[in-house]
Structures are given as structure tokens and as C-alpha cells.
Design a protein around this ligand. Structure first.
Ligand SMILES: Cc1cc2nc3c(=O)[nH]c(=O)nc-3n(C[C@H](O)[C@H](O)[C@H](O)COP(=O)(O)OP(=O)(O)OC[C@H]3O[C@@H](n4cnc5c(N)ncnc54)[C@H](O)[C@@H]3O)c2cc1C
Length: 533
């Protein structure tokens, strides 16, 4: 079977970028829905015509899995945030790495690290390249001769399953579908579903502390990690597979979120679970956003741990065509491998109704083999969720800025934070892009002590100034997050984009501690210089 070609500039498969006519029609729809003037549709610069410099170093002859080929370098240049997509669309790949390595064994990863130290070449671990924080784009650091993108997707197997502890040893380069297909042979699942699931990898999830789309309970990949094995320039870093340990600072916690700066994660023992047999879903509408928020808090604190507990504000509901009447929506879901879910769902609905929610459509219960319960608004939402990154590609071609930012904060700070974000981010959009513009909010994850709100912003781009406009909006959002005691990121990582605000957020001595740790593990500083520190 031939593999589908990936887009060289945007999200996903190249063949899913619509033809001009379809894009024009979509532009009209978006224009009507958001009242936003669009231009174009414009076309991306074809791969053969993009701008990319000559490699500054030669591929080492002794490592035949390393190359300096133009197309491979182009395809490893950027992640998939708005500024990446807009630069790729315009054919600017001058930031390309000099070399790309495709190891298929740990020994080959080790050989790359050895060679790079001697050759003064920076090594950027690369999973699926879906970073939205410039995590895989490495400008040439001072004192280095070149950069190498270390693509780990050749290490993509589930190596071992331990059924009594429900754990599996999985190689870091496995993408979501690759690892789920192999676990399914054992009737198991990791159930870590970031929106980028189709293309991102286990190693990327661990290195960025990804958030899957379980809305409560096990949300971050951290919760699913039993032990990690990484290669550092100073040798292997491997923790014991344990259900829990109080032995000092956790070695896994030091690797989780290390963003390729401390070691190359090659495999991990992950906590897996039987595939769910029972599913239930429902959606509720609220006349007021604050009531939907209050219902969501009650659910998060109820101990019911719904697998889906997602609030959409009226604009977000409209953008995703889930509700167009100005109401806020609460999408609810439960799943279990063990028991039917009527009692859980009934109690959750009771809590939501206490806060003014009304059930829209039917409450669905399904058992494995039956059609999933996710029809109606939940189904519409899921579809929109999967398609949204492709829509962002189209918006770029229509001269529109479209991106997201996310955070988490305690419940007692949410109202003020939300009001300030709406004021400041809308203000920044108006200043750089004029009116009208769009800002909407949903909760991606909720905890007993607070929500993780996620914002989508859309504004008119000025040709040639897109990245500057985006940066001004992003700055307004980030400064507001810091001023209100929220986190600069709940699950999008730090990378290079969030670094100034991460510095502000972390305890002051932690920067020195991180630098010392990096110095101990990576004395020549070859690993992804510029992320985190
Ligand atoms: C459309 C879209 C939707 C997204 N949705 C979500 C979401 O729902 N939840 C979420 O958490 N994130 C989301 N993201 C962000 C991104 O998918 C995550 O950060 C993801 O974990 C990155 O995985 P990756 O394999 O693509 O890593 P890459 O993008 O290749 O790398 C990310 C970082 O991890 C490092 N890295 C990668 N592999 C390794 C390794 N084996 N060892 C050491 N370091 C490594 C890289 O050097 C880099 O710093 C989304 C991104 C996009 C574009």
C-alpha cells in the first residue's frame, strides 16, 4: 500500500487540501459565519520552488541513515503552529536543518549523538513534527557548525506487553495510530488522544507532556507513564518500571517535558488498559456561559471522572456548528471496559441540570459492537475537532490568521482571567488586524481544582505581516496569562515560543538547576539548544 504524501507546509495529508473552488466556497462560509473578509484563495509555493539554503555540513559517510537531501530537510524544518504554516505556505524554508537522520535502532541513535558531539552539530529530536511552539525549529546556535533533525519514526514498535500489570513497552517513534493498532492486537489501548494523534509520536508526547482528550482523570501523558528510557550524550537514562515510588525526585519527571534538551527518549513502559466496552454520551445547553462553567466545576469535583467534559462558549459552539443559537454547550461522555454507565450519566445530568442545563437530543448508551453513542452534537463536535487543523490550512490560503492558545488556572481565578483575556486579546487583534475578529473559548480538560481553557483566535492577515500580527496577539495573551497567575501552557509545551514566559513562571533557582542538569547530561550542549533554556 502506498503511503499518503504529507503536506510539506501545512497540517496533515497533502491530498486533504481542497481545490481552489472548494476553498473559495469555504471562504464565503467563514466570511458569513464570522463576518470576516477573506482574500484569495492563494496557493502554496510548490515543493520544487521553495527557498532552502545549502547544507552547512556534509552527511557523515559512516552513518548511511543520515542525509542532506533537500526535500527531507524541507520536511523537517517546522512544526505546525500558525507562523510555521504561513512561512511554509510562502515557500520560506531557510530555517531547514542541514542534515536529517533516520535511525531504526537505539545503536544508530547513539552513533548520531557520538558523531554530533565531535562534529559540533546540534541534534533536534523529531517525532511527528507537530510542535506548536517552535520545538523542532533550531536556528544555528553560536559555536555550532550545523543542525541535524533526528527523526525517530523508525523506532515504532510495541516491544512487550505485560498483561498482569497492564503495561506495555513502546518505542518512542510510534505515532498514535501505529501504537494503538499494535496494542489492539492484545485488546489494549493507551487512550492518549491529543488532537494531533494521527501524526504525533509517543516520544513527542512524553517530551512535551502532551494532554490527551480524556477530559478528567488521566489527562496528561505523565499519568500513563510507568518508566522512560532515554539516551543522553553521557549514557542511557532508564528508570525502573514501578506503579509508584517515593525514592527522591522522579527520574521520569525529569524527562517528562524535557523537549529533547536532556536526552533522546527511545522507549517507555506505558500504563495501558482494556479497550472500552461501554460508552455513554450526552450534550447539554446553557443560556449563560457562567452556568455551563459552574456545571463543569460541579462535575469535575463530583468524583465521576467523565471521559469527556467539555464546555464550549457560544462562539466556539457556533464555530464548530454544534449550536448556533447563542447557547453554551457542555459535552459529556463516559466510557468503561467493565460496567454499564447509566448510574454515572444519570448523576452527571442531574448535576448539570442543577445549574440550568437542558439536555439537547438523546442521551446515548452503547456497547462494543454497537454504533458509538457519539451522534448528534457530540458527533458534530468530534468531526469538527478532527477537521479543524485542515480548516486552519485553508484559512491561511484565504489570508486569515487562525491559531489557538491554552492554559490552566484554579477555579477561583478563572472568571477574572477569562474577562482579561477577552479584553486584551480582542484588543490586540483589533489593533493589528482591525474588526471584525473572532475569539472563542472551550475547556479541553477540567480538574477538581481548575479548568484548562483553550482559546481560538481568528483575524484578518496583512500580506507579509502575518507573523508579526500573530506575535502581537500571542504576546497579549501570554502577558495576560502571567499577570493572572495562570500557566503559559497546559499541554502545548514551552519550545522556543513560550520560553520568555516559562522563565517568568518557573521558580527562579530552577533555571540554574535545569542548566546544571543539562550540563551533566549533555556537556557539549548538542541537544535541541534553545528550548526550555
Ligand atoms: C493540530 C494540532 C493539534 C494538537 N493537539 C494537541 C493536543 O490535543 N494535545 C497536546 O498535548 N498537544 C497537541 N498539539 C501539539 C503537539 O502535537 C504535541 O506537542 C505533541 O506531543 C508533539 O509530538 P510530536 O511527536 O509531533 O513531537 P515533535 O513536534 O516532533 O517534537 C516536539 C518536541 O519534543 C521533542 N521530541 C520529540 N520526540 C522526542 C524524543 N523521542 N525524545 C526526546 N525529545 C523528543 C522535540 O525535540 C521537540 O522539542 C497539537 C498540535 C497540532 C498541530
Amino acid at each position: 500500500m502506498s503511503e499518503r504524501e504529507a503536506s510539506h507546509w501545512g497540517w496533515g495529508h497533502a491530498d486533504q487540501f481542497p481545490k481552489r473552488e472548494a476553498r473559495k466556497a469555504l471562504g464565503d462560509q467563514v466570511g458569513n459565519l464570522l463576518g470576516l473578509p477573506v482574500s484569495g484563495p492563494h496557493d502554496p509555493v510548490p515543493l520544487a520552488e521553495v527557498r532552502v539554503g545549502e547544507p552547512r555540513v556534509d552527511a557523515p559517510a559512516a552513518l548511511p541513515f543520515v542525509n542532506a537531501e533537500r526535500e527531507d530537510r524541507v520536511r523537517h524544518t517546522y512544526g505546525r503552529a500558525y507562523p510555521d504554516v504561513v512561512r511554509g505556505f510562502g515557500g520560506d524554508f531557510t530555517a531547514a536543518p542541514d542534515l536529517v537522520a533516520h535511525p531504526s535502532t537505539e545503536t544508530e541513535v547513539d552513533q548520531v549523538l557520538d558523531w554530533a558531539q565531535g562534529a559540533q552539530v546540534a541534534v533536534v529530536p523529531y517525532g511527528g513534527g507537530t510542535s506548536v511552539v517552535r520545538g523542532v525549529e533550531c536556528p544555528l546556535p553560536d559555536g555550532f557548525r550545523g543542525t541535524l533533525s533526528l527523526d525517530l519514526r523508525g523506532l515504532d514498535r510495541v516491544l512487550e506487553v505485560e498483561p498482569s500489570s497492564l503495561t506495555a513497552r513502546i518505542q518512542a517513534g510510534a505515532t498514535g495510530p501505529r501504537l494503538e493498532a499494535q496494542l489492539a492486537e492484545h485488546g489494549l489501548t493507551l487512550r492518549c488522544f491529543p488532537q494531533s494523534f494521527e501524526f504525533s509520536t509517543l516520544g513527542g508526547w512524553l517530551a512535551t507532556r502532551a494532554g490527551g482528550h480524556f477530559a478528567t482523570g488521566y489527562t496528561h501523558v505523565d499519568d500513563l507513564t510507568a518508566s522512560i528510557r532515554a539516551l543522553t550524550p553521557r549514557g542511557p537514562w532508564e528508570s525502573r518500571r514501578l506503579p509508584g515510588s517515593g525514592a527522591g525526585p522522579s527520574p521520569d519527571r525529569l524527562m517528562l517535558g524535557s523537549e529533547g534538551a536532556l536526552g533522546v527518549i527511545t522507549e517507555a513502559w506505558m500504563r495501558v488498559r482494556p479497550r472500552p466496552r461501554y460508552r455513554a454520551s450526552a450534550s447539554l445547553r446553557f443560556a449563560e456561559f457562567r452556568d455551563a462553567v459552574a456545571a463543569c466545576r460541579a462535575l469535575a469535583q463530583s468524583g465521576l471522572f467523565p471521559s469527556n467534559c467539555r464546555v464550549l462558549d457560544p462562539r466556539e459552539a457556533k464555530l464548530n456548528m454544534v449550536a448556533v443559537d447563542g447557547s453554551s454547550v457542555l459535552l459529556l461522555g463516559f466510557e468503561s471496559a467493565d460496567h454499564p454507565l447509566h448510574a454515572w450519566m444519570d448523576r452527571a445530568l442531574e448535576l448539570a441540570r442543577d445549574h440550568g442545563g437542558t439536555v439537547a437530543g438523546a442521551v446515548k448508551h452503547a456497547e462494543a459492537g454497537e454504533k458509538t453513542g457519539e451522534s448528534g452534537q457530540a458527533g458534530t463536535w468530534k468531526n469538527a475537532f478532527v477537521q479543524m487543523p485542515y480548516l486552519l490550512n485553508v484559512l491561511v490560503s484565504l489570508g486569515v490568521i487562525a491559531d489557538t492558545f491554552e492554559t490552566a488556572c484554579p477555579w477561583d481565578r478563572f472568571d477574572d482571567l477569562h474577562a482579561a483575556l477577552v479584553k486584551n486579546v480582542r484588543g490586540a487583534m483589533k489593533a493589528v488586524a482591525g474588526s471584525p475578529c473572532h475569539l472563542s473559548c472551550r475547556f479541553t480538560h477540567v480538574y477538581p481544582d481548575g479548568p484548562a481553557p483553550y482559546y481560538t483566535f481568528i483575524a484578518k492577515a496583512r500580506p507579509g505581516a502575518e507573523v508579526e500580527q500573530w506575535a502581537a496577539i500571542k504576546q497579549a495573551a501570554s502577558e495576560t496569562l502571567m499577570a493572572h497567575g495562570a500557566t503559559i501552557t497546559h499541554h502545548h509545551a514551552v519550545g522556543r515560543t513560550h520560553r520568555p514566559w516559562y522563565r517568568e513562571q518557573r521558580p527562579a533557582p530552577m533555571g540554574d538547576a535545569l542548566r546544571a542538569l543539562k550540563g551533566a547530561l549533555d556537556p557539549a550542549g548538542i541537544l535541541n539548544p534553545g528550548v526550555l533554556l
